[in-house]
Design a protein around this ligand. Structure first.
Ligand SMILES: NC(=O)c1ccc[n+]([C@@H]2O[C@H](COP(=O)([O-])OP(=O)(O)OC[C@H]3O[C@@H](n4cnc5c(N)ncnc54)[C@H](O)[C@@H]3O)[C@@H](O)[C@H]2O)c1
Length: 375
């Protein structure tokens, strides 16, 4: 586990996923087989790793990535590094023949992301890329609604993602400062468009075109040491996506908006037979036959309580932490030798959407996404 001391590496991958599985003595496959895990922490600071290992009763840690990759005892290389450091580490792990599990984006450029997918294919290396948003309870409920035929034909999807990230002067910022420097792999498009790509293609249709207007709304920020820096990466992106099948998606991604929604991300899905608003956890629906009939009249106060006309979708199942759920599915696919759909090619498609979004922002044009085919 390389980068296990980072924000995602520590909380979601180590604590919530791998250690949770370890501490429960593994998880069971359908045939009753138990899959257990044993983490090896890899990082640059021996002291940090030792402290982490001590805190969580982990026996193995090292600052020597090459030695770890050369040791056949460790079967899977997992990468949670800053985006900038990822491609180099993945190349090494593929060359060592390791199975790969990695955070997104898989690289900083589309070219590099495709190269990594090709290298893994050529080496016969299995790979998994984090698709965590698909496992959010709210989006799993959206999938359930789609599978049940609730929407009829889906017409449009409107996504709002974002919250205010403090500038860092009078209150510390709640995201790392590299996120706001393009030279360090930052920017909300490279961060969020890979997510939007797999959410859209797995729920609503493959993305055919994208138009994006982005902005650096906050030009001055202060880093982890309280030092001022100039923001060089966009902190908001306003995107329009045409999907295979004809639906239109609009997604706003912003670190410069104050939340006035139930959740930090929400998707409003309109279909011919019904609509839904889904978030991280919740989902509300309004079917065609319970749709109120508003009439536009600026002279009269509207008497309809629109919020009250929506119905909650029940959980009906226990949702595991999304990162853990995906880890378990990947590990199951690894031990049973089945194909894993969310691979480095899926990761490259995510990067393709990010790159197309950046291009659209620069040129002002709508950009078409051609299918990526590996050799
Ligand atoms: N799936 C998600 O929802 C999600 C959310 C946030 C971030 N991410 C992705 O996860 C990755 C990590 O993001 P984070 O927010 O945890 O960042 P972070 O800065 O908190 O952690 C990064 C880790 O990389 C290590 N690192 C930093 N520079 C390095 C270098 N030059 N060489 C080797 N190691 C280095 C750090 O020590 C740390 O362990 C990013 O690629 C980011 O895009 C994914």
């Amino acid at each position: 586990m390389n980068g296990a001391s980072g924000r995602m590496g520590y909380r979601q991958h180590l604590v919530r996923s791998i250690l949770a599985i370890r501490d429960e003595g593994g998880f069971e496959l359908a045939d009753g087989t138990k899959v257990t895990v044993r983490p090896l922490l890899v990082g640059r600071s021996e002291a940090k790793l030792a402290e982490l290992a001590q805190r969580h009763g982990i026996e193995d840690y090292t600052t020597d990535l090459d030695a770890a990759l050369a040791d056949p005892k460790w079967e899977i290389y997992a990468d949670f590094l800053v985006t900038k450091a990822r491609a180099t580490a993945l190349r090494k792990a593929i060359a060592a023949g390791k199975t790969i599990y990695t955070e997104k984006p898989t690289a900083e450029s589309l070219e590099e992301a495709i190269e990594l997918a090709q290298l893994a294919k050529d080496a016969g290396v299995k790979a998994g890329v984090v698709h965590d948003k698909l496992y959010l309870p709210g989006l799993q409920k959206a999938k359930r609604l789609i599978d049940s035929g609730f929407f009829g034909e889906i017409l449009s999807v409107r996504g709002e993602f974002g919250y205010w990230v403090f500038e860092g002067d009078w209150q510390p910022a709640q995201r790392p400062s590299w996120n706001y420097r393009v030279e360090d792999g930052g920017g909300i498009i490279v961060d969020m468009y890979p997510h939007w790509n797999y959410v859209l293609e797995n729920l609503f249709g493959k993305v055919n075109t994208v138009y994006t207007q982005a902005s650096i709304h906050i030009p001055n920020r202060w880093d982890e040491n309280g030092e001022h820096y100039d923001t060089t990466a966009e902190d908001a992106a306003y995107g329009v996506f045409e999907l295979e099948g004809g639906a239109i998606a609009q997604i706003n991604s912003s670190w410069t908006t104050r939340v006035n929604r139930d959740e930090l991300v929400e998707f409003h899905i309109d279909g011919t037979l019904g609509s839904a608003v889904v978030g991280l956890f919740g989902a509300r629906i309004q079917p065609r036959n319970a749709t109120p009939k508003p009439v536009w009249n600026p002279d009269l106060e509207d008497t309809i309580d629109y919020d009250a006309t929506w119905q909650q979708v029940p959980n009906n199942e226990v949702f595991l932490n999304g990162f853990r759920q995906q880890w378990q599915e990947f590990l199951e696919s690894y031990v049973t030798g089945t194909d894993y759909p969310f691979d480095l090619l899926a990761g490259a498609r995510g990067m393709q959407l990010a790159q197309a979004g950046l291009e659209s922002n620069t040129t002002g044009a709508k950009v078409t996404l051609d299918e990526i085919v590996l050799k």
